[in-house]
Design a binder for this molecule. Sequence first.
Ligand code: FAD
Ligand code: SIN
Length: 535
Amino acid sequence: MSLVKSDVLIIGSGVAGLSCAIKISENRPDLNITIVSKTHLTETNTSWAQGGVATVWDFEADSFDLHVADTLDAGDGLCDEKIVRIVVEEGHDRVKELIQWGADFSKSETGNYDLAKEGGHSRNRILHYKDVTGAEIQRALTAKVLTLPNIQLFEHYYAINLLTEHHLGKNVTRLTPGIRCFGAYIMDKENKDIETFLAKTTVLATGGAGQIYRNTTNPTVATGDGIAMFYRAKGHIANMEFIQFHPTALYNPSGEKPDFLVSEAVRGFGGILKTSDGKTFMEKYDDRLSLAPRDIVARAIDNEMKLRGEEFVLLDCTHLDKEKFYNHFPNIYDKCVSIGIDPMVDMIPVVPACHYTCGGILTDENGETSIGQLYAAGECTNTGLHGANRLASNSLLEGLVFGNRIAENISKTIDEINIQSGIPHWKNLGTTEPQEQILITQSIRELKDIMSYYVGIVRSDVRISRALDRLYLLYKETEMLYIENKLSPQLCELRNLITIGYLVTAAAGMRKESRGLHYTTDFPEKARFIENTYM
Ligand code: FAD
Ligand code: SIN
């Protein structure tokens, strides 16, 4: 039972966690910073990002106002305009900083950065590194972190629960004012020891929850642990019903997981969506055709597949210049060829897949949550930027901006905080070795089926009610497993996935309208009065 003490504990090593750590380290070299990551440091959603980072770069053709307007339009009435402006305006400097830290972005023949376009953007403003932007950003941030002596890394450490007044024996509810966070219980995955990590300030940067669905572009780490931990600690969550389905994951009959993404930038480059008979269909749904915002395109594809009884639609790139296509999208090109599709000859079969968690931990403009001494950044949050539907490539930008804002805030306030004493070591509830791993894997499969059948792109009251009934059964069975068995990361992930499934479904049931990513056949129109769903 060891004890790790630090000034700042950051849970998560993607763009949000690492950029925050770097900025704290630079602002305050006297502080010691701990970063925890549940697998390898670079196994993050960040590493998989393809399209790029949206930021205004060409100030003659583009402006902050236009980027703000596009974000608000995609967000379908639920963005917080103040936050949108903060992210858009500060984002430019954050991307410059990222370049100073060593991140490379592709340039055009003119020597200027090549600015790509994606759905919902009225201008070309996506900086990218070929079609592997996330891997490049993760590489640069990781390399920078490794040079900073006041940052300590704990890879393959799994955070289980946040520490609050509850662990000092107080009764804490969602209405208790002034709850504070003192760190977290974290498992060393190698020996399964659960250690107490105490910190003056904690930052959740644990990413999204795409793994609640059967088809997702998210890697296996995206199980929503941070949001679930925060909810258990009685923090405030918002807008969980807004789960973004990316319109174009590669249809791969081999069942490969996660689903390989065919970047929206391919459509920005000229790729056109068609049905199996080679006809375009987006004109039936939106004037922006294949480059309409994601909620519209994903729903249109879903509808066409259902109307025609087909398992995919096609992305036609056969008219595009091969050399230019390969230079921008080598990863996508090679992947298609590896399964027998030459994008220059064959149309690419694509399907929507769960991609991004728009809601999450409610934060203010400084990344502060409803729990004191606890901040959150990146995909696990609901900052107000995305509203009912995230604009493409705004998420890496959000991670950078809030990582920086949190760092600024922590640097100024941390000296007033002490490490909490009196927190007990973790007590194991269960003593039995889990004999039947199959119970966990089968329950995860069931959860994914429930969410995919009942709480997918198109919802209804009956589906939501069925999902809630079935989730409750899974919840009860899993709580028994949790009480009786020794803890494992798999069991914790199952528990968290069920919590996230519940939060998404309950929020979907609360929203009696269709807006952005939430579409229900019972309330197909937008309501006049718009509200966030808080839990
Ligand atoms: P992540 O990068 O997901 O990092 C989460 C971290 O939390 C990991 O280190 C993980 O180990 C850690 N963690 C989680 N739970 C625990 C736990 N219990 N204990 C310890 N550690 C834990 N966005 C864009 O803006 N542009 C794009 O082009 C783009 N393309 C994308 C393509 C794909 C295929 C995918 C999947 C996403 C894409 N996105 C894109 C979205 C974007 O990549 C993510 O939203 C963003 O990277 C999230 O960053 P993050 O730092 O919040 O979390
Ligand atoms: C993509 O490349 O299509 C993904 C961009 C994003 O999710 O922001």
